[in-house]
Ligand binder design. Sequence first.
Ligand code: FDP
Length: 343
Amino acid sequence: MDNHDKLALPVGTTLDRFIMRKQEDFPYATGELSQLLRDIALAAKIVNREINRSGLIDIAGAYGNRNVQGEDQQKLDVIANVRFIRAMRNGGEVCTIISEEEEDKIQTGNLQGKYIVAIDPLDGSSNIDVNVSIGTIFSVYRRMSATGTEGTEQDCLQHGTSQVAAGYVVYGSSTMMVYTTGNGVNGFTYEPSLGEFFLSHPNMTTPKTGKIYSVNEGISRDFSPATTQFIDYCKEQSFSARYIGSLVADFHRNLLKGGIYMYPATKKAGKGKLRLLYECNALAFIVEQAGGKASNGHQRILEITPQSLHERCPFFIGSTELVDKAEEFMAAELASAAPAATT
Ligand code: FDP
């Protein structure tokens, strides 16, 4: 067998093996967080399968919305919600889940579970039906309340700085899972024929600056003057505008290439559109671990004190230099709005 023989090529490191190796770095680790990450990865594989079949399901379900097993066809975001919750409920490590799809927190019944998970099971829902990249985003917190009880509101409303892990899955031209446990960021690409995620992007770092800005400019008439001025700045620099409208996909591209994604406050939505607990915090943790920055325009995302489960916040995330620049415009606006000091 020579070195060019296909059999000479190693298959690489699987996500499971990588998680196990990382756990060995912490001699007192119980393995519960590792198991939780594996549960999420398993649900992601199932959701990936459903997404890949979604066009076919539509065809198969065209007459009465029933599949061959006679089950009602469900929308993919509902399917994803069920799959992730079921995986975490069966796993046993999570006591409470906050999901974009459910108004109230979900008690899994695992009273001994040490972890709280906030999840957007399928983000970018407007892109589901048109075969465009979508994603899953998750944050993991250690509960503050005693085990043996249900998770509390206080457990769910922790600062982003308290996250013990965060990640996302992008279902795109290939499916990838990217996660951090606070010690760098690693990305894994799904190999469908083997049914495994393989380490493809070790120690991911994001460029300090970039040439991409991502924002829904169709609603720019509703932006504050400072946001518009920052967008004008991006145009003066001849940046490229790239906006898929799927947060995970837009974020993932900018993480790799350098750039800024923003969903600012608008006249209609003073806190923007994105949710702090299961969208902004997770990506903020990841971007910081990769050397980037995330802000609401004035404050570090991870230091915002959450007030409610589904609260929204303006979001500027990506290369540090570009987020700094956006903050400069916001600060100038704030300063000019402040009443002049009287003598
Ligand atoms: P969607 O409403 O399609 O679920 O999470 C919300 C989100 O998508 C993000 O993924 C996306 O970046 C943004 O909203 C798109 O909003 P606009 O259509 O207002 O641009």
